[in-house]
Design a binder for this molecule. Structure first.
Ligand code: G3H
Ligand code: 13P
Ligand code: ZN
Length: 323
């Protein structure tokens, strides 16, 4: 099937009461590992690319790698999503490459500016049948660097924001942050905010910064010469609680980075004479597969690939026109 719109994916997830993992991709091995997991788990999947990923892959490589993934996996519903788009320009680039979904992240602006730039993106993207994720509230981590403060999503503001912007999904800030160092000790998340926001906005919610930073993965990195200390992620049970209260898209990047790095370090540490990249990239790809397959089970999307009668961007244009 062709790439499907995020709108359809998250609506199906809402019906089925599960969450869909949105996995960051930057190269062939990550895409292959994720697609092997989707195939074996029979799960829908969201492949997402950040601005950094677009730059790293020089746009065209990413586009064709994802096309290869779709061609090789005709039974799997796949969304191609822009992660943390910063402007209409970036969104236009993604849409011209064939992305079926974009994020506009105006969360570090004041409320009115965030509404204005998000609305502008919704108008452009919906004309092209492309789904839009917007964000309100600030996470820690990289967004903290930009904003200089962390602000959880306010349910009143969220209701007004979604009504004025008309986005298809809303990323909320509930205390997670990007990267491997989310919490200094046991994680504290404002999970009660999720049900309150969902009750008001009635559109699928997105959890960023949702890597769990599993100790097993960190231990492998450290056992073979790495140095990652005092890192705590989001417990799977917290994500599952989010899913029962309206979270439908769960962003995972850091866990993939950890899985790959551990696998590569292990090969090179155990046999320093190795220099064929395939010797360490193949185990790295398998590590991505194992992690993502587990997340598809954790988030409940496993077994749902067959539920989809794929919708096109033209179908979506008609839906948006009627709205
Ligand atoms: O939200 C950030 C994602 O983990 C992407 O990271 O900008 O380094 O590609 P990146
Ligand atoms: P992690 O750093 O927790 O994997 O979060 C990734 C993310 O939110 C991408 O947008
Ligand atoms: Zn993010």
């Amino acid at each position: 099937m062709p790439l499907i719109p995020m709108y359809q994916c998250l609506k199906e997830a809402e019906k089925g009461g599960y969450g869909v993992g949105a996995f960051n991709v930057n190269n062939m091995e990550q895409i292959q590992g994720i697609m092997k997991a989707a195939r074996e788990m029979q799960s829908p999947v969201i492949l997402q690319a950040s601005r950094g990923a677009l730059k790293y892959t020089d746009l065209t490589y990413l586009k064709h790698l994802v096309q290869a993934a779709v061609e090789q996996n005709p039974d799997i519903p796949v969304v191609l999503h822009l992660d943390h788009g910063d402007s209409l320009e970036t969104v236009k680039t993604a849409i011209s490459l064939g992305f079926t979904s974009v994020m506009i992240d105006g969360s570090h602006y004041d409320f009115e500016t965030n509404v204005a730039i998000s609305r502008e993106v919704v108008e452009y993207a919906h004309e092209h049948g492309v789904s839009v994720e917007a964000e309100l509230g600030t996470l820690g981590g990289i967004e903290e660097d930009v904003a200089g403060e962390v602000k959880l999503t306010d349910p009143d503001q969220a209701e007004e924001f979604v009504a004025r912007v008309g986005c298809d999904a809303l990323a909320v800030a509930i205390g997670t942050s990007h990267g491997a160092y989310k919490f200094k000790a046991e994680p504290k998340l404002a999970l009660d905010l999720i049900s309150e926001i969902y009750r008001r906005v009635k559109i699928p919610l997105v959890m960023h910064g949702s890597s769990s930073v599993p100790k097993e993965l960190v231990d492998v990195v450290n056992a073979y010469g790495g140095k990652i200390e005092n890192s705590f992620g989001v417990p799977i049970e917290s994500i599952q609680q989010g899913i029962s209260n309206g979270v439908r898209k769960i962003n995972v990047d850091t866990d993939i980075r950890l899985a790959m790095t551990g696998a590569i370090r292990k090969v090179l540490f155990e046999d320093p004479s190795k220099f064929d990249p395939r010797d360490y990239l193949a185990p790295a790809r398998e590590a991505v597969y194992r992690l993502v397959a587990q997340r598809m089970k954790d988030f409940g999307s496993a077994g749902h690939a067959k539920d989809y009668a794929p919708m096109t961007l033209d179908d979506m244009k008609a839906i948006y026109k009627r709205a």
